[in-house]
Ligand binder design. Structure first.
Ligand SMILES: Cc1cc2nc3c(=O)[nH]c(=O)nc-3n(C[C@H](O)[C@H](O)[C@H](O)COP(=O)(O)OP(=O)(O)OC[C@H]3O[C@@H](n4cnc5c(N)ncnc54)[C@H](O)[C@@H]3O)c2cc1C
Length: 394
């Protein structure tokens, strides 16, 4: 057992993964968590199907991450390693039709978490609940427990406090102010994996789905399913576009291809010389009721002109006004900026202090890519600390 005391702040997936890998290397690990229980957001992520990673080949998998720093780290502990890690916890997995990796049906999210926490306990990891991180210096962390401040010394400190969405799960992003006061550069947190608020003309479609459509923006495109809501649109192709639209000012226009498997010319030919446009769209082109309702929001000039209508079926414009509020979205972009971190994710200005998980400045779409990067950064930092300590011991 190493003498050095490892302190981790935050018992989410990134912190727990760092803890497991350090404990496996013989380190004594203490996790401090402000909630009464571990990994509440991890459990929330399991509500609509517990999508722990994705099965696609590594090249396109890594493509989902905008930052090269994260790609490198995910490659080091990739999707196959996540599946192996789960198997080692006794959790069997399967690949869904979308390629997403889920625990088999006999394992609910709480079972996965329990198996993981049991393993951590066997490895001697201690989790101190109801401890809120307030500050740190070069050797000490200040925490609040039952209204009192306590100080804990560390040899290595890992910050794993998550992003800023779904505050009720504990990820309240109060760390942003604490780190900024220490002149650590933080890219402002913004909504990610977020729906868009749209022009109100589309609100009448609330509750209606569009399936097998392609959504695009400035050359970036994604096929899938979207749903209209009382404020706008949601769905994984929409979340995929987030990182590209982020670089532009709202309002902006994204486009929907309502018939990806037909060319514009084929649609023109099919519509030419007919009277009952709606009937052809429905019977010949098999457009869904939602697609027809969407086209009915067009003015008469566009709806009745074959060339214009064909163009619009292939490239229907949706004016989007903003992302959804941060607290309601699946994840946040932004966080501790890469220039303030060394390649091992140690803060340049605070030796022995590391950052992992969603609190670092990367973003990725849903589909298992978020949890994957949280796991991978946890392993990365654990390995950096263990390798460093091994070098010193030798
Ligand atoms: C609705 C929803 C659905 C999702 N679906 C998916 C999905 O299908 N696939 C996917 O890959 N990802 C999904 N995610 C995202 C995924 O859950 C997160 O990216 C992931 O949990 C982030 O892990 P983390 O360890 O970095 O932070 P978190 O899980 O946020 O954990 C951070 C921990 O730190 C604690 N903490 C924060 N501040 C302090 C403090 N000051 N003192 C002490 N403790 C503190 C928090 O209480 C929390 O326990 C979803 C998220 C949501 C909200």
């Amino acid at each position: 057992m190493h003498e050095n005391k490892i302190i981790i702040i935050g018992a989410g997936p990134a912190g727990l993964m760092a803890a497991q890998h350090l404990a496996l290397k013989g380190f004594k690990v203490h996790i401090y968590e402000q909630n009464k229980a571990a990994a509440r957001k991890f459990l929330v992520a399991g509500n609509g199907g517990f999508n722990l990673t994705h099965s696609e080949n590594l090249e396109s998998f890594l493509d989902k991450y905008g930052s090269p720093e994260i790609r490198n780290i995910v490659q080091n502990f990739d999707n196959q390693k996540v599946v192996q890690w789960l198997a080692d916890l006794g959790i069997t997995t399967y690949v869904g039709s979308s390629g997403k990796v889920f625990p088999t049906k006999n394992f609910k999210p709480i079972h996965v978490l329990k198996a993981w926490l049991d393993r951590l306990e066997e490895l001697g990891v201690i989790i101190h609940y109801e401890h809120t991180f307030l500050n740190f210096d070069l050797s000490t962390v200040i925490l609040r427990k039952n209204g009192e401040e306590i100080e804990v010394n560390y040899s290595k400190l890992i910050l794993a406090m998550g992003g800023g969405s779904w505050k009720k799960t504990g990820s309240d992003a109060k760390w942003v102010e604490i780190l900024e006061q220490k002149n650590i550069s933080i890219t402002p947190l913004e909504s990610a994996n977020s729906g868009y608020e749209t022009n109100s003309v589309f609100h009448q479609l609330q509750g209606q789905y569009l399936k097998n459509i392609k959504v695009s923006f400035e050359g970036h495109q994604k096929t899938g399913e979207i749903v209209f809501t009382k404020y706008g649109i949601e769905g994984s192709p929409i979340y995929y576009l987030n990182r590209f639209t982020r670089k532009y000012n709202f309002p902006l226009t994204i486009n929907i291809d309502l018939k990806p498997n037909l060319t514009e010319q084929e649609i023109v030919v099919g519509l030419s010389g007919i009277d009952k446009i709606s009937s052809v769209l429905k019977k010949k082109f098999k457009l869904s009721t939602t697609a027809l309702n969407l086209l009915k929001t067009l003015d008469k000039e566009n709806y009745t002109d074959v060339d214009k209508l064909s163009k619009l079926i292939k490239k229907f414009p949706i004016e989007v006004l903003s992302f959804r509020p941060i607290d309601e979205v699946i994840s946040t972009a932004g966080g501790v900026s890469f220039p303030s971190l060394k390649s091992n994710f140690e803060l340049k200005d605070f030796p022995n202090v590391y950052c992992v998980g969603e609190m670092v400045d990367w973003e990725a779409p849903t589909g298992g890519y978020l949890l994957q990067a949280c796991f991978s950064t946890g392993v990365w930092v654990a390995k950096a600390i263990a390798d460093f300590e091994m070098d010193i011991d030798e």
